[in-house]
Ligand binder design. Structure first.
Ligand code: SAH
Ligand code: SF4
Ligand code: F3S
Length: 445
């Protein structure tokens, strides 16, 4: 490798928004003449795209920076992007003096200029836009890592200010792209061979078309009608803004997938009020009832926090009964983690760590049992999957269903399904987190 070649390594932590931001950052860097390498050692510029949603997530970047600090002596540069960058700002330069750039997601559209500054030797380049900007990061240079399945950001930021959450402080205010720009990107993806798109936003259904042409449900329909697109997903939905027309769109447009991720956080209306979630248990369950009344088998998943300050045993039990009522197909559950700047920091964190761990354990076991039963209902069904990968060790292929479930399947000897192709699979086995089966019809049938 010649010494004048510009190389970078990037590691991404956190949510799908961060993952997709990294795809845009990679595309931008490549368009600026950089090439991507697979290790810190091989790179001239090392970027970490960070997450600060919980304390453990936040610590990861500082561990990495400490681990690779010695590489600075070889002239390598370090950049911290994402939510820790926005949250900690210039304090990062004090904690880790070998870092040359700190940039939050609201400033990525200025990346080319920031890169030029680094190249010309600046040691403290910042892009810390916080909640001032109303612009989104749109680029033609997105470097998607998968050729069939890809993300499109439709709304950035968050204006909800839930009591426990850093995102409104790290991602800036809510700002949407125009429907026209989203549809243009969806068409370009379809032309490039993508068949599965996922619309992204911290609160994807709070989408507001700046040109006023389309509601979120109308945009969903329009993306679902783009020629060549076979599957449309969207995440994450906020229950407060979850309107009935979203369900009606799913019910009438076949390409919209049978899956809604609708984080509830708690089954207790009192805890929800203290979290500033702006819906009650009853209002949440009303939305679930809408989904269950459709013709489509909509799979529902959620996020839950246990041990929020003041959560009593009885309130925790209400979360368990809510899981029973909804019958989720998947739940991401977390122990409450106090976060900088958030209103919940002022609450007294009454639930001891050991009790938080116990509640988390109880909840996970409870939910596992629900999934064991739910997943078993698929045995005997023939389900369409998109082929995602081969699991050579097990002589199986990994497929994904419209409901976003993993369905591993075997094929007759000599048959080789293509990655990204769609096939029907007969389900023969069920586990709490995946299904298994066999190809139900010969390929090309
Ligand atoms: N915008 C989405 C969620 C984004 S963050 C929504 O409102 O549903 C992903 C999940 O992390 C949240 O749903 C929540 O369950 C969890 N989370 C956020 N802040 C947290 C904190 N301080 N402690 C523990 N879990 C947290
Ligand atoms: Fe965080 Fe609430 Fe915004 Fe979700 S809606 S990102 S939980 S503040
Ligand atoms: Fe983490 Fe920021 Fe996403 S805090 S979860 S990377 S929005």
């Amino acid at each position: 490798m010649s010494s004048d070649q510009k190389t970078f390594y990037i590691e991404t932590f956190g949510c799908q928004m961060n993952f997709h931001d990294s795809e845009k950052v990679v595309g931008t860097l490549v368009s600026q003449g950089y090439s991507q390498v697979q290790s810190e050692q091989d790179a001239g510029l090392i970027l970490y795209n960070t997450c600060s949603i919980r304390d453990k997530a936040e610590q990861k970047v500082f561990l990495r920076l400490a681990e690779f600090r010695k590489l600075q002596k070889q002239g390598k540069r370090f950049a911290v992007l994402g939510c820790v960058a926005q949250q900690e700002g210039e304090k990062i330069f004090e904690k880790a003096p070998h870092v040359s750039m700190v940039a939050g997601s609201a400033s990525y559209r200025n990346l080319p200029e920031m890169l030029t500054q680094i190249e010309s030797g600046s040691h403290r380049v910042t892009g810390l836009d916080d909640r001032r900007t109303d612009q989104t990061f749109e680029t033609e240079f997105t470097a998607r890592g998968n050729a069939h399945r890809g993300y499109i950001t439709i709304i950035e930021g968050c204006d909800k200010f839930c009591a426990y959450c850093v995102v409104p402080y790290t991602r800036g205010k809510e700002r949407s792209r125009t429907a026209e720009s989203v549809l243009r990107e969806a068409r370009q993806m379809a032309d490039a061979g993508f068949t599965d798109v996922q619309l992204l936003g911290q609160n994807v259904n709070s989408y507001k078309d700046p040109s006023g042409k389309m509601s979120f449900a109308e945009l969903l329909r329009a993306v679902g009608e783009v020629e060549g697109i076979k599957r449309v997903r969207f995440t994450t939905s906020h229950p407060r803004d979850f309107t009935r027309d979203i369900i009606e769109a799913i019910d009438s447009v076949p390409t919209l997938c049978d899956h809604v991720h609708l984080p509830v956080q708690s089954g207790s209306s009192k805890v929800l009020r203290e979290m500033f979630r702006e819906y009650s248990r009853e209002q949440y369950l009303e939305r679930i009832a809408w989904m269950k009344s459709t013709r489509r088998p909509i799979s529902i998943t959620s996020d839950v926090i246990v041990g929020f300050p003041g959560e009593t045993e009885a309130e925790f039990q209400q979360t368990l009964t809510l899981l029973d009522e909804v019958q989720y197909d998947g739940v991401f559950s977390f122990k409450y983690s106090p976060r900088p700047n958030t209103p919940a920091l002022k609450y007294i964190d009454t639930v001891p760590e050991a009790e938080k761990s116990r509640r988390l354990q109880v909840l996970m076991e409870h939910q596992r049992e629900i999934q064991r039963i739910n997943y078993r209902k698929h045995i005997g069904q023939i389900i369409e999957v998109m082929v995602e990968a081969e699991n050579a060790a097990r002589a199986q292929w990994i497929g994904r269903t419209s409901q976003n479930k993993t369905l591993n399947f075997s094929v007759p000897a000599g048959v080789q399904p293509e990655i990204g192709s769609y096939h029907h699979v007969l389900v023969t086995q069920a586990f709490p987190n995946s299904l298994a089966g066999e190809l139900s019809a010969p390929l090309n049938a």
